[in-house]
Design a protein around this ligand. Sequence first.
Ligand code: GDP
Length: 437
Amino acid sequence: MGSVSDTIYALSTGSLPSGIAVIRISGDRAGSIALALSGSLPPERVAKYAILKNSDGRELDRGLVLYFAGRASVTGEDLVELHLHGGRAVVASVMTAIATHPGLRVAEPGEFTRRAFLNGKIDLAAAEGIADLIEAETEAQRRFALANASGQQGKIYGQWRDLLIEARALIEAELDFADEDDIPGSVSDQVWTRVERLKTLIAHQLAGVHRAEIARLGFEIVILGAPNVGKSSLLNALIKRDAAIVSPEAGTTRDLIEVSLDLDGQKIIITDTAGIRETDGIVEQIGIERAKRKAEEADLILYLAPANAQAERYAASDLKHRTIGTMADLYPETGQHFDFHVSSETGEGIDTLLTAIGQIARDAGISHHEILPSRERHVLALRNAHSYLLASLDPIIPLELRAEELRLAAMELGDIIGTTRVDDLLDVIFSRFCIGK
Ligand code: GDP
């Protein structure tokens, strides 16, 4: 990691060629570079059309120059944006011209965002939200990431942390004045009522972790059933393209085939599995075991049988699943016992099934405006904070120790938003960004 006092620059837009390309320069020297390239520094926050030249006076490109001074910029330090024509040679020539200035270097992945965090423009959870926003592919991912990127997680966890810091201060004040008659003991009662309420809120966060995972990572569906019941055909019908092997031979789909799709803005991951049946074949048995394990982790199981068979429930019937009667074109009369009656051949019932899956996935995900943990490290911190609060509420232990539990819980919440800065953690978080962000 280079020094935070360096002025950094990078191409912040995507691969070239492109319509336009934006180079960002952040740090003390940003203004003087813009001046050197364009002949004058534009007024702050005003786009100025300029001819960019190198130090020999040779014209490189014509485009927009923007200047954001210090605190008003996204990184919290002087920032310049050069909006260029998005050609490879154009960008290369401007990058070369910038590089000739001393005290500058190319930014590392995520370094602009890292500086925004270090300069107090955003908290750490918001930085992670920005990373998610850039990677978001579905509407649900975008919505969740945007709420986090705009600081909503940080706001909640920050408020809870402040509440605990205040609670601890009140308890310690009570301890300090314990011998004096004029301090009523009821302060303590109020504090513990608040701590109890906070513990419940944190428990609610922890209970929502899986729903947040569904929004971020996708809703997992596993297709199960005996060989030849039409599993691969159904997968193909669902995704409307040939992603799985459709074969009339029993037991050919031994491995798991995973496909993800965007269903009504929700990421859905569908896994086609080996047919489940009694068998002596070791390879096939491995596939069956793998399918069963996958089914245990799934959010929904589609359990298939031809529509002329019984609509049996999957053995582990406490798992969320739906029975699907397949080959409705061959067996049009006998599908009533199944939750769904479909034909992959004619497409009958497929849209109904997709609509139902979309609804189940939406119900399992997060609702609008809901703020939930979006990283494993948030979950761990919340879990620890919850245990500390639980310990603090034990009236048997001395008040000093109970106050100490509050301090530890506050620290855990602070870790989520990055109040204690651990460089290793920052390296992990920001190295996952792309260059230029
Ligand atoms: P899997 O082993 O469970 O994955 O089953 P497949 O998807 O490979 O299907 C087994 C056989 O049934 C294949 O020959 C398919 O063409 C056929 N099949 C699958 N679904 C349908 C359907 O809806 N209608 C008809 N007529 N045949 C189907």
